[in-house]
Write a protein that binds this ligand. Structure first.
Ligand code: MG
Length: 159
């Protein structure tokens, strides 16, 4: 082992859903009958991604970097990822790949997965072959299955 060994980070996030006109996932607006309840723009996937990147370099979480203050209200979640990426770069590292699981009962994300993948690749400045996006339902059970919650998990490898 050296200090140049690869590092892995994981992040997860969830937001409650309420009636609305759509939710943001990975920087992509998904029209539907819900919106995410959040202090920021509620992009659950970008929050989990930022935490995965920070985790890989042992640098806390987005709550440390962006506390829920007035100035962070409605902040674009891409800012969280950009700051996490800046810290990865400052640590002399780069993102190897990220792998994402989204848990949402509806709408079905099949038509959006490729756009989400492209959006994440662009945000992270990596090739889209280094981004995996999977969408799952909860088969009608639990808070996700009742469309009360959207959940995301991200694993990130940092080289
Ligand atoms: Mg969040």
């Amino acid at each position: 082992m050296t200090d140049r060994d690869p590092r892995i980070g994981t992040g997860s996030d969830s937001h409650r859903l309420e009636p609305g006109d759509g939710i943001r996932l990975g920087g992509v607006f998904v029209p539907c009958r819900f919106r995410a309840v959040a202090h920021s723009d509620g992009d659950t996937l970008l929050h989990a991604l930022a935490d995965a990147l920070l985790g890989a370099i042992g640098d806390g979480d987005i709550g440390d970097l962006f506390p829920p203050t007035a100035e962070n209200r409605n902040r674009a979640s891409a800012d969280f990822v950009r700051e996490a990426l800046r810290r990865v770069t400052a640590a002399g590292r780069r993102v190897g790949n990220v792998d994402v699981v989204i848990r949402l009962e509806e709408p079905k994300l099949g038509p959006f997965k490729d756009r989400i993948r492209g959006s994440l690749a662009e945000l992270l400045a990596i090739d889209r072959t280094r981004v995996g996006v999977k969408a799952k339902t909860a088969e009608g059970t639990g808070p996700v299955g009742r469309s009360e919650l959207v959940e995301c998990e991200v694993a990130a490898l940092v080289l």
